[in-house]
Write a protein that binds this ligand. Structure first.
Ligand code: ACO
Length: 380
C-alpha cells in the first residue's frame, strides 16, 4: 500500500467517523444537549428512564409510552438464577467492572435470538439491558460480602430500587432523587472511547449484549471511567484545605495532572460539574458535610487562576465521587454506576449505527519489517 498520502491521527482526534443526532457539546460555552434538550433542564425536570427513552428512541415519551417503558423495565429487573449462580462463582476480589462485563455478555447466551432487524427484539434487548445492569452490580456487591443477592422491589423507582438492592435497606427519597439525577448527567457524551467501542462492535451486526459488554470493558480503563475514584484518593491525600496551595504548587512543578480537572471537549467548567456540585451540597445539607468538600472547593478556587488560561476547569468527575461517597457507595462501584447510566447512550448509538451501518475498518501506517526470508529454527 502507498503510505505517502496517509496522515496519522493518533486517537482519531478531530476526525469525524460518523454522523450522529444524539448529543451535542459546545465546549466553549459549556453546553451539553441530549437530542436538543439542555442537560440542566433534563436534570431538573426529567427522570433517568425518561431521559434514556429520549436518547434511545429520539423523542420524549408520551405519558403512556413512559408508563409502559417504566413498567417493562420494572418487570425485567430480576436476574435468572443461572446468572446469579454464575456470579457467585466470580472471585470476590475481582473488580466489579469485570463482573459486570462478564454478566452483561452472558445475557447473549440467555437471549440468543440475534434478530437485530426485528423491532420487538431491539425493544426487548433495550429493556433487559437497562433493567438488569443495576441488578447485576448490586448482586455482585452483596455476593462479595458473602450475602445472597436480594430481589428488586416493585414498589420502588428505578434509582430507589438500585440503592435498596445495593445497601439492603430503603434509602431516604433525597438519596434516590440525587442518584437519579447523577444517572441523567452521565447518560451520554457523544463519541467517547466506550461509545466508539460500542459503535465499532455494533457495526459487525453482533448482538446488543456483546455491544454493551465491549463498551463496559472500554469504560473500565483509568483514562476513561475511573477518574472520579482518583479524585477521592487525591482529596484524601491532600487531607486539609490548608494543604491545597502546596499540593497545587507541587503538582504543577512535577507536571502531575490534578484529577477531575480538564476535558478534551470543554474549555470552561463542565456543565455537569456545576450540577453535581449543587447535588453534593443538597446531600451535605441533609446528611452532614463531607470534610473533603472543603478541600475540593479550595482546590477549585486556587487551581482555576493557574489553569483557567489553558481552558482547564473542573470536569464531571470532580464532584461526582463526593456525591457517591455521601450516598454510601463503595469507591470501586463508581465506574459500574457510570455504566448503569451510560448504557442509555450506548444503546442509542447502537440503534443509530444500525440505521446507517458500514463496518468500521480504518487503515494503518505499517512500520514493520520489509518482506524477508524465513530462517530455519536451527539457524536462529
Ligand atoms: N491538571 C493540570 N494540568 C492539566 C490538567 C490537569 N488536570 N489537564 C490538562 N492540563 C494541562 C496539560 O499539562 C497541558 O499543559 P501544557 O500545554 O503546558 O503542556 C494542557 O493543560 C493541555 O493538556 P492536555 O493533556 O493536552 O489536554 P487534553 O485535552 O488532551 O486532556 C484530559 C484532557 C485527559 C482529561 C486531561 O485534562 C487529564 O488528564 N485530566 C485529569 C484526569 C481526569 O480528570 N480525567 C477525567 C476526564 S472526564 C471523563 O473522562 C469522564
Amino acid at each position: 500500500m502507498d503510505h505517502s498520502k496517509l496522515i496519522l491521527k493518533p486517537g482519531l482526534e478531530g476526525i469525524p467517523v460518523t454522523q450522529s443526532s444524539i448529543c451535542d457539546i459546545d465546549g466553549k460555552k459549556g453546553k451539553l444537549l441530549y437530542r436538543g434538550y439542555e442537560i440542566g433542564e433534563l436534570a431538573q425536570k426529567s427522570s433517568f428512564l425518561e431521559t434514556a427513552f429520549l436518547l434511545i428512541w429520539g423523542e420524549l415519551p408520551s405519558s403512556s409510552e413512559l408508563r409502559d417503558f417504566e413498567a417493562e423495565v420494572q418487570m425485567h429487573r430480576r436476574l435468572s438464577f443461572r446468572v446469579r449462580d454464575m456470579m457467585k462463582c466470580f472471585p470476590e476480589s475481582g473488580h466489579p467492572m469485570d463482573a459486570l462485563q462478564s454478566s452483561a455478555a452472558s445475557l447473549g447466551l440467555f437471549y440468543s435470538r440475534r434478530a437485530i432487524d426485528d423491532p420487538k427484539y431491539v425493544y426487548n434487548a433495550v429493556i433487559r439491558l437497562i433493567a438488569k445492569i443495576p441488578t447485576m452490580i448490586a448482586a455482585f456487591q452483596l455476593i462479595r460480602k458473602g450475602h445472597d443477592p436480594i430481589q428488586p422491589r416493585d414498589d420502588l423507582t428505578y434509582s430507589a430500587n438500585f440503592l435498596y438492592m445495593l445497601t439492603e435497606k430503603e434509602q431516604d427519597p433525597l438519596a434516590a432523587k440525587v442518584f437519579d439525577k447523577c444517572l441523567i448527567l452521565h447518560a451520554e457524551h457523544s463519541l467517547n472511547a466506550s461509545t466508539f467501542s460500542a459503535r465499532v462492535t455494533a457495526s459487525t451486526l453482533t448482538d446488543p449484549y456483546a455491544v454493551v459488554a465491549s463498551a463496559v470493558g472500554t469504560l473500565a480503563g483509568p483514562l476513561h471511567g475511573g477518574a472520579n475514584e482518583d479524585v477521592i484518593a487525591m482529596l484524601e491525600s491532600i487531607n486539609k484545605p490548608e494543604n491545597v496551595s502546596s499540593f497545587i504548587e507541587n503538582s504543577l512543578r512535577d507536571k502531575r495532572k490534578i484529577m477531575g480537572f480538564g476535558h478534551r471537549e470543554y474549555r470552561v467548567k463542565d456543565p455537569r460539574a456545576i450540577i453535581l456540585q449543587q447535588l453534593a451540597e443538597e446531600l451535605f445539607d441533609r446528611f452532614g458535610k463531607d470534610e473533603m468538600y472543603d478541600v475540593a472547593k479550595r482546590l477549585e478556587k486556587e487551581a482555576i487562576p493557574k489553569l483557567g488560561a489553558k481552558g482547564i476547569y473542573p470536569n464531571v468527575d470532580f464532584y461526582s465521587g463526593l456525591v457517591y461517597r455521601k450516598l454510601g457507595i463503595p469507591r470501586d462501584l463508581f465506574t459500574p454506576i457510570f455504566a448503569i447510566s451510560r448504557v442509555a447512550g450506548w444503546l442509542a448509538h447502537w440503534r443509530e449505527q444500525l440505521g446507517a451501518n458500514r463496518i468500521f475498518r480504518p487503515s494503518q501506517i505499517y512500520t514493520g519489517s520489509e518482506p524477508r526470508k524465513w530462517t530455519p529454527l536451527e539457524q536462529r
